[in-house]
Design a protein around this ligand. Sequence first.
Ligand code: ADP
Ligand code: MG
Length: 682
Amino acid sequence: MIDLNKEVQYVKNVGPNRVKLLNKLNIFTLKDLITYFPRNHEDRSVAKNIADCEDGETVLIKAKAMSKIAEIRTRRVTIYRLIVSDNSSSCVITWFNQRYLKDKFKIGETYTFYGKITTKGGSFEMSSPVYEEKGIDKNTGRIVPIYPLTARLSQNMLRKIIEAGIDEVYGNLEEDIPDYILKKYNLVNINDAYKNIHFPKTNNDFIQAKKRLVFEELLALQLALFRLKEGQDETQEGIKFNSKINMNDVIKTLPFTLTNAQLRVLKEINEDMEKSIPMNRLLQGDVGSGKTVISMISAYKAVKSGYQVAIMAPTAILADQHLKNFEKILGQFDIKCELLVSSVTKKNKEKIIERLANGEIDILIGTHALLEDNVIFKNLGLVVTDEQHRFGVKQRAKIVAKGNNPDVIVMSATPIPRTLALILYGDLDISIIDELPPNRKKIETYAVNKDFEDRINVFTKKLIDEGRQAYIVCPLVEDSDDDLSLKSVTALAEKYKTEVFSDYRVEYLHGKMKAKEKDDIMKRFKNGEIDILISTTVIEVGVDVPNASLMIIENAERFGLAQLHQLRGRVGRGEYKSYCILKNEGHNKVSKERMKVMCQTNDGFIISEKDLELRGSGDFFGTAQHGVPELKIANLFEDIPTLKLVQQIASNIMKIDPHLSQENNLRLKDLINDKFTSRIEI
Ligand code: ADP
Ligand code: MG
């Protein structure tokens, strides 16, 4: 068997200098080398008659040298010029400053040249082509892989090294997908897959190789995640909440009718709660889709079954808002709710902690303060974390540990396509609210450039004069020490305060302020004591200010689409027609396309799909700290059909053989361990 972990320096053609260059590409071992997949391929297999070439075409020609190479010096460059011809026509080939070419070509010998051809007035010219002598088919004469490079490592050299690596492993790689799966899904074997992903003879060889490797990568990922989930469910005995407690009793008292989506989700939760397996459920829904009320009704069931509930929100204001909402409805049922945030005085805190421990408090709503060690529940039965992308997995685990296998609901307002949610939250079951309450008005969205500045300011004043409030958001990376951008928020705030909107009440808010300061400003905004709130993205999370009807986003091109959508969700929460103005300084095509998406739709699921498409999956995962390992070949946008397929396959395998201990699945276990386990952080 071959040792794939052997250092790359022992591969043919690799000397000490090249090792350093390969290391720069993160290639350290033989395995890294053969999994350094090409960016694309060029078909250099079939030569074309020179006479048939079209202007601008990139082609392969096979032609005889008709002259010695001519050296033409100009002040800046030295041009090397060679005249070649095949049976159809002749072509002038030029290179620049390539001294070593001087004696390369012999008159009358045939060579192949691959490059871009131009036809000027009937004469053909090719500039700086790749060339090869007759009989050598390495860089021409076949389908050739093109790799991402680093400085001082040429395409031809890297290709040569990788080919040596492939030659070494070909025929020696051990199959890691069970035979029955290979056969059923018509997948090529591992040896051909690796050979053909780099050096395919035909386009179809390449397609088959890629299909198999994508399949393998996604299958391993999916199995790894399913196995994590299995591990959690099996070992634990959770709480069976009382099936006589009927959620309808609360639903009846609500001031609105629940949407069908909300009802469906509640049914899923209710079923989970009545099972003895602990619930681990992701509740996904667009901003404003009504997630809070779902957590409230679930909390009712838990409390009336004799348990306590913890609701964890990312900010104090949000926790406070939840408390008020909960008290309004659940107060009627003699359920005691309490707030615990860091600003609660020491004395009050002690009281709360005491009442919590002896069961006088039913629902404790709060922030990170809930995580402190001295916060002890009498019998915690349900944990809800709101806007979970703000909390780490570890924090979730910490609050959960305060109960004895409590049920868990994780609420997230970042809609992502279901298939992706399965990957990102593979350890959770998923409920989706895919419907907004009726009568929600579309938030009118406009993308504008600097020229519109004055008109936007006039528009803002007009809305405020009508009694509304506005948000202005600047792109500042939270927790960065980037003083420059911090200054820019402050400077902008000053300018708006003293110049543009000097007749209005303007305040600003950023992540570096003390929590109390932030909360204070937010409260004043909520109470209508501030007209314009300038802020960084700290206002992103769910605070309800129904009177705010305008959201202006500065440098909108610097935000992700999902984030823009979140921010926009801060307005349109009341009865007033609402607007979102995206100030766009980006001029490239993608940036314009992204703004267009925002203007066209208010549907978070469509936006997240578009976001993924426009940014590509690498970036999507790079910025999200979801702990999903980097994918080497699968693309989470293009390969969704394969992803769906392997999810099905993985789920069937797990049903039959959850520990992957059957003879024919043993290899899958190795595959997972090999690819992912060390890197998944759950
Ligand atoms: P989010 O999903 O963003 O957390 P919320 O739970 O804050 O949304 O709900 C947004 C607003 O919509 C709240 O004021 C809530 O009371 C209201 N709401 C929730 N469900 C409905 C419904 N079915 N019909 C009308 N209004 C609803
Ligand atoms: Mg919310």
